[in-house]
Design a protein around this ligand. Sequence first.
Ligand SMILES: Cc1ncc(COP(=O)(O)O)c(C=O)c1O
Length: 447
Amino acid sequence: MEPVDLAVTALHGSVGDPALNSMNFLNEVAQHYPDAVSLAAGRPYEEFFDSALLHTHLDRFRRHLAEEVGLDRAGVDRTLLQYGRTKGIVHHLIARHLDVDEGLTVDPESIVVTVGCQEAMFLVLRALRTGPADVLLAVAPTYVGLTGAARLVDLPVHPVAGGPDGVDLTDLRAAVRRARAGGLRPRGCYVMPDFANPSGVSMDTTQRRRLLDLAAEEDVLLIEDNPYGLFPADGTDRRPTLKALDTARRVVYLGSFAKTVLPGARVGYVLADQRVGEADGAVVPLADHLAKIKSMVTVNTSPISQAVIGGALLAHDCSLVAANVRERAAYARNLRHLVDGLTRRFPAGGPVSWTVPAGGFFVVVSVPFAVDDALLHRSAREYGVLWTPMAHFYDAGTPVDALRLSVSAVTPESIDVGLDRLAALVTDTMAAGVTPQCQGSGTVRVP
Ligand SMILES: Cc1ncc(COP(=O)(O)O)c(C=O)c1O
């Protein structure tokens, strides 16, 4: 036995939580099997990266600071190179983007630019969690980054059924009432109305309005996460965000530039226009309080990273729709290719089924056996294909008979190779007999 200096039980409970290990685990598997085709990673396609553009974007943002904001040379340098404004330096450009692309008129002061959307989640949950009675509701299956962030602030996550409409409103109402009847305080409900990760499901506009109505009736905040909304499949129109339909400041909106500009910049934001009444009678946007928390976590988001994002926004008159024409086409093509490929490899009405999302990166494949991390290892080692066990997106630790495929980091050719390998794994696993976990009723069917 190696000598130990600290027991894990002497550390915050989150460090031993599977949710916090999920991303590391999946990255490690990918690193361990570099030759495997990855239908696991929800990363943008790397061929789109162009490091020469970093300088172009930086220069453009510098010109913007000088010519449009009116800073002198020292002011431009200070803005880019010095410690900076906690709420960020590209908030006004993000506000313009929301106007141009989402029809949303927002006060830039309601925006906090964060270190990725991940930090935005943390700030919001930290602010909302006031005591042990607080809970968060989240549509299940849930993005593991949200579950992990909730763990960091000791905020239990209560699942709400997703279903084919993106959120089961009856279940949401019941979950709110059940929590309150038990003396708990639902602080909000986390939703992803557009091409959700991992389910791929979207809400139609009627469902979005109903969700807003229900949130008003039950007096709960909605936390809308929208990293994939700019990637509808062919022939699919984009729908209004919940925030664009929200007339009562009931929605806190989370944004990410990871999929639409560059994940390495690590820039995201939170739009929090909720009015907070202060002890002295003043009223300030929730964003101001989130900024206070941020000032003690990351101080400010790297201004150099923000400048790159700012320059990229300026290059397209702040339209990320315009900036992502090529990306949208490629992801839509891949999604179509993946779904067609599944149809060719697995007979209709058979034991294997899959979702057909209207956009985004993810397809969920349901299989007649439990899918766990051990199977992923075997898939990588013996078949050369990676995917994500859906169990990572549920909190219960129950075996789930489904896996998530992602189309973002691959080509049609590698999708073909990956699907051939996946089909072989599925055929062999089925031939070997149904795994014990699957025989009981404990296995979760997805979606
Ligand atoms: C649903 C969802 N929210 C947030 C994020 C994280 O975004 P960021 O890279 O900006 O932290 C991701 C990344 O995969 C995601 O899928």
